[in-house]
Ligand binder design. Structure first.
Ligand code: ZN
Length: 256
């Protein structure tokens, strides 16, 4: 698929003129980093029924079983590296054009690429948290402390550790909600990438941004339910579109 350079140029012009831009990202941006969409065929939820493996009640009642799935997920996350799209977004943040990214992903790839203002609706799989004493540890450290059932244990109280991600049946962190509403309310351009933003609270973000007068730009390889509501559509792969967009933005910033 060839990129629509004229639309990229129009969006870049807008991002330079109307600041800041905020990005809302989902599973699609991580596919090119080797993390299949959990909901896709062959994805995590195709092999592990989330009702059985990804609810907080399943975790509490059968941690050994749920951890068998989590170890596989951990291996996928460990092997993943940020792609050119993540890097381009981080570059736009350093350039002062992007104010932050709100993500539905738990893979830490935005941070690994250098983005600093990252709001995570569903937590971050890189971290584990003790359900009893609240200790938060890097998953690499925790994996050195597995019990006979291969369940990581808290080094402070020996209780079971849970990934610091939002399982089904758990609340979205209050802090993430507050920060995302702030970003969506203040942005002048919102890039919605790799997600159709149909699930709450992500679904509220483009609507809120638009109500405050922001321009909506969709970056996706395919048409989504959001497409009819956006002002611009950049059809293509995230890892191709974002670098092209960043290059166009940066060249306009350099212009005297
Ligand atoms: Zn503990």
């Amino acid at each position: 698929m060839s990129l629509d350079t004229s639309t990229i140029d129009s969006v870049a012009e807008l991002m330079v003129r109307k600041r800041p831009t905020v990005a809302l990202t989902g599973a699609g941006v991580s596919v090119e980093s080797g993390i299949p969409d959990f909901r896709s065929v062959g994805g995590l939820w195709d092999r592990f029924d989330p009702a059985e493996y990804a609810t907080i009640s399943a975790f509490v009642s059968s941690p050994k079983k749920v951890w068998s799935m989590l170890h596989e997920l951990g291996g996928t996350l460990d092997a993943a590296r940020p792609n050119a799209g993540h890097e381009a977004l981080a570059e736009l943040e350093r350039a002062g054009v992007v104010a932050g990214v709100i993500t539905q992903n738990i893979d830490n790839l935005h941070q690994a690429a250098g983005s600093e203002a990252v709001v995570e609706f569903h937590g971050n799989g890189r971290w584990l948290i003790c359900l009893d004493c609240g200790l938060r540890v890097d998953h690499a450290t925790a994996n050195e402390n597995l019990d006979d059932d291969r369940i990581p244990r808290c080094s402070a109280c020996s209780s079971i550790l849970k990934p610091d991600v939002v399982l089904f049946g758990e609340q979205i962190p209050e802090r993430a909600l507050t920060s995302s509403y702030e970003l969506a309310s203040m942005c002048k351009v919102m890039l919605v990438a790799g997600t159709s933003a149909t699930v709450m609270p992500a679904a509220a973000m483009p609507l809120l941004a638009r109500r405050q007068g922001a321009t909506l730009v969709e970056v996706n390889i395919e048409r989504t339910e959001l497409t009819p509501q956006v002002d611009f559509t950049l059809r293509g792969r995230w890892a191709e579109v974002l670098p092209a967009l960043a290059e166009a933005v940066l060249s306009k910033l350099d212009r005297p």
